[in-house]
Design a protein. Structure first.
Ligand code: PBE
Length: 300
């Protein structure tokens, strides 16, 4: 009798527990007929606090008056943001994220940028190569290669996708180089090989910069350099170039995203110009949020 009771009880628990668990994790699906704010708790899901896009988004919140309805920007990391996005999309839930391109989030998920009529994010960005003062005379070979380094969004995306699929970044970089040898040859054409000379690149460990920094590092290695790459926060990265602690970085999103540091350290670095054009930064939502197409719509 006791035994039977226990079986019935555990059976009941098995029925009830998943339902309870389900209740706590399941958020509501996006409802186009409801105001958006309450559906997402007036929250924009962001990334690491130091990122330029976080500062720009704070400005955007003010510019669009979203602060008046208590919209807030949640700090996390790219990995946490994309995992939250992944879950939201799986369940057709509403979500507003800080988005940028090139990034695999736009390849992997059906998301769209929100229009930005007040131009808080600027229309498009380029990514510049920044080197320390004196690099040109100390390491003319590396300087030339860094100066010539440029590629397209699609190139960067293909490296990012491989890394996102689990490939080691240096392997993904080597693979891209192998498949784009003609382009790489243009960067190194006529440049003398060196013999183990040390060079240090600093970068912020964003997916895009992991891709570009590894590609440049591998090209420099093939040219005889002994390359160190070191990831750090954005401010120390700029400081490392300004103080000659590092030689170069290829991570300067401009004119907006890295503006603060670009201005702060002006005169203490050489700007070799864009290595990639047509990048973009803004707010993004899943495409099924059909009536949210502009940042203005967040107030609706
Ligand atoms: N990002 C990607 C960076 C630059 C590269 C847009 C997240 C940022 O500073 O916001």
């Amino acid at each position: 009798m006791k035994f039977k009771k226990a079986i019935i009880l555990s059976g009941l628990l098995l029925l009830i527990l998943p339902t309870l668990a389900g209740c706590t994790t399941t958020l509501k699906k996006y409802d186009a007929n409801e105001k958006l704010g309450p559906q997402v708790n007036y929250t924009i899901t962001g990334i690491d606090a130091g990122a330029g896009i976080m500062a720009t988004t704070q400005t955007a919140i003010q510019k669009y008056g979203l602060n008046k309805s208590n919209w807030q920007l949640q700090t996390s990391s790219t990995a946490a943001m994309t995992s939250t996005l992944d879950k939201a999309i799986e369940n057709k839930q509403p979500i507003v994220i800080t988005g940028w391109q090139p990034h695999w989030m736009f390849t992997k998920y059906p998301i769209k940028f929100l229009k930005d009529p007040k131009n808080a994010y600027g229309s498009s960005e380029h990514i510049n190569t920044i080197v320390r003062k004196g690099l040109k005379s100390d390491m003319p070979e590396a300087y030339t290669i860094l100066d010539r380094f440029h590629w397209k969004s699609t190139d960067m995306s293909s490296v990012m996708l491989d890394v996102n699929a689990g490939m080691d970044p240096s392997k993904a970089a080597k693979k891209w180089i192998k498949n784009n040898q003609t382009q790489v040859n243009q960067w190194t054409d006529g440049v003398k090989k060196v013999n183990g000379k040390k060079i240090k690149l600093t970068y912020v460990a964003w997916d895009s910069e992991i891709a570009s920094t590894n590609v440049v590092a591998e090209v420099l290695k093939e040219h005889g350099y002994s390359v160190t790459i070191q990831s750090m926060e954005m401010q120390p990265m700029w400081a490392s170039i300004a103080t000659n602690a590092a030689d170069a970085q290829v991570c300067a999103w401009l004119p907006n995203t890295s503006k603060q540091f670009y201005d702060d350290y002006k005169g203490k670095y050489d700007d070799l110009g864009p290595n990639l054009e047509g990048a973009k930064v803004g707010l993004a939502v899943p495409k099924y949020m059909t009536n949210i197409n502009s940042i203005e719509d967040l107030k609706k």
